[in-house]
Design a binder for this molecule. Structure first.
Ligand code: ARG
Length: 461
């Protein structure tokens, strides 16, 4: 018999029973549901809404149910629709009449709002730690590659010299924002909705603040209608996850390029690549490709929930039961992607010679060559045109700026002297870019140290 069967004279159709039930996916909220119920029941006891001994009986039994679920000894049933009613039924089955008092001054609407919030808070915390692990690995690899010269690209064309460390630290900047974005979201999610009832609170003298405190929230939600109809917290979480995947997908794309034979900047470990069933020479970067691919799935979840919430009237609507699967899937996807991505990076080898020769071949010191003339007094635009002419000559004669003779230089502009060679050497080009945020080893070291502090501040907490 349904917990809500009072006003009904016919049984629920089998098809409806199937269609309506969410237990197959919301069972994963069991822990949050039980913790919420324990906090609610103790508050009811303290407030004298139920007898204190009944509150005790309820909380004790709920603790046992939690243990039994974790030990795998409980089977949920579709007849009880969702996790909330499943647990309440088990409770009543175990302790009889007293179990029926738990739902006093509460509705499934505020219950699910609470459970889902608690779940999102917990998962965001886990994702945050996984990002910190990735940042940590990137700092280690960067430290080792602070002098590893590589071409920096714009439009995927060789542009100016940077180091591998500088490139990796760009991802660290993105990932640090991912961490602080989660932290910002967590501040807003930190509001306890229980006590909002179905939509208009309750007439019982409940103490919402004490429930909030017991559950680790720092405040309660302000409006009961909003509390039961708000899913902004889940949307913000999905945006956080989408941004993380967007960053990982860009990184994946570069990994895929870098380990191609056209680039050969890195080699992934055998343990993090796969072979082909037909082409014996293949070593495929499946992990990076899958991370890139799974990004679409996480964006899909964000769009699903935005679309689900669009135009819904206040307050709770059953449509909102559809909020969970996209959120669960997005968290599962990000939590599966981050550790394997981190491990793939920490086991890759860096082909610094190949990076260096790519950096030496693409005129990436042309800007520096123009700057050399500027330092000798020419206006930048004029210097730019002169170097453009030199580059064009080099391309025709299959040369580089490094191996043009001084006479060839002087023929284009008498301002050139033999000190040009030192000025346009890749090492000088790098060392000269020591402004904050730049690729010079000393600047990158500052970035690495600040990222390490960022991790340390957070891992202590
Ligand atoms: N399973 C429902 C959900 O996930 C719980 C809330 C149901 N409330 C209701 N009035 N039917 O949204």
């Amino acid at each position: 018999m349904k917990l809500w069967s009072g006003r009904f004279s016919k049984d629920t159709d089998k098809l409806v029973n199937e269609f309506n039930a969410s237990i197959d996916f919301d069972s994963r909220l069991y822990r949050e549901d039980i913790l919420g119920s324990i906090a609610h029941a103790s508050m009811l006891g303290i407030q004298g809404i139920i007898e204190p001994f009944e509150a005790l009986k309820i909380t004790k039994s709920l603790e046992e149910i939690l243990e039994d679920i974790e030990a795998g000894n409980i089977q949920f049933s579709k007849d009880n629709e969702d996790i909330h009613m499943n647990i309440e039924s088990i409770l009543t089955l175990r302790i009889g009449e007293t179990g029926k008092r738990l739902h006093t001054a509460r509705s499934r609407n505020d219950q699910v709002a609470l459970d889902f919030r608690m779940y999102v808070i917990k998962e965001l915390g886990e994702v945050r730690l996984l990002i910190l692990d990735l940042i940590d690995v990137l700092c280690t690899i960067s430290k080792e590659n602070i002098n590893t010269i590589m071409p920096g690209y714009t439009h995927l064309q060789r542009a100016q010299p940077i180091t591998f460390a500088h490139h990796l630290m760009a991802y660290v900047s993105m990932l640090k924002r991912d961490v602080t974005r989660i932290e910002d979201a967590l501040v807003r999610i930190d509001e306890m909705p229980l006590g909002s009832g179905a939509l208009a609170t309750t007439t019982y003298p409940i103490d919402r603040q004490s429930v909030a405190k017991k559950l680790g929230f720092s405040k309660i939600t302000e409006n009961s209608l909003d509390s039961v109809s708000d899913r902004d917290f889940a949307l913000e979480a999905l945006f956080c996850l989408s941004a993380i995947m967007m960053h990982l997908s860009r990184f994946s794309e570069e990994i895929i390029l870098w380990c191609s034979w056209e680039f050969r900047f890195i080699e992934l470990s055998d343990s993090y690549t796969t072979g082909s069933s037909i082409m014996p020479q293949k070593k495929n970067p499946d992990v990076a490709e899958l991370v890139r691919g799974k990004t679409g799935r996480v964006y899909g979840s964000l769009i699903t929930l935005l679309t689900l919430m669009k135009g819904l009237p206040l307050a709770y609507n059953k449509d909102m039961q559809e909020d969970k699967e996209p959120v669960f899937d997005a968290f599962d996807t990000v939590k599966a992607s981050l550790p394997v991505f981190t491990a793939m990076l920490s086991t890759m080898s860096v082909k610094s010679e190949n990076m260096r020769s790519a950096a030496a071949g693409g005129f990436i010191n042309a800007t520096d060559c123009a700057d050399y003339l500027v330092k000798k007094g020419l206006p930048f635009r004029e210097a730019y045109t002169i170097v453009g002419r030199l580059v064009s000559q080099c391309i025709t004669n299959d040369k580089t700026l490094e191996n043009l003779s001084i006479d060839e230089y002087k023929a284009v502009s008498p301002v050139f002297d033999t000190d040009v060679y030192d000025y346009i050497s890749l090492e000088t080009c790098l060392a000269n870019r020591k402004v904050p945020g730049g690729p010079a080893p000393e600047s990158v070291l500052i970035q690495i140290n600040s990222a390490k502090d960022f991790i340390k501040e957070r891992k202590i907490k």
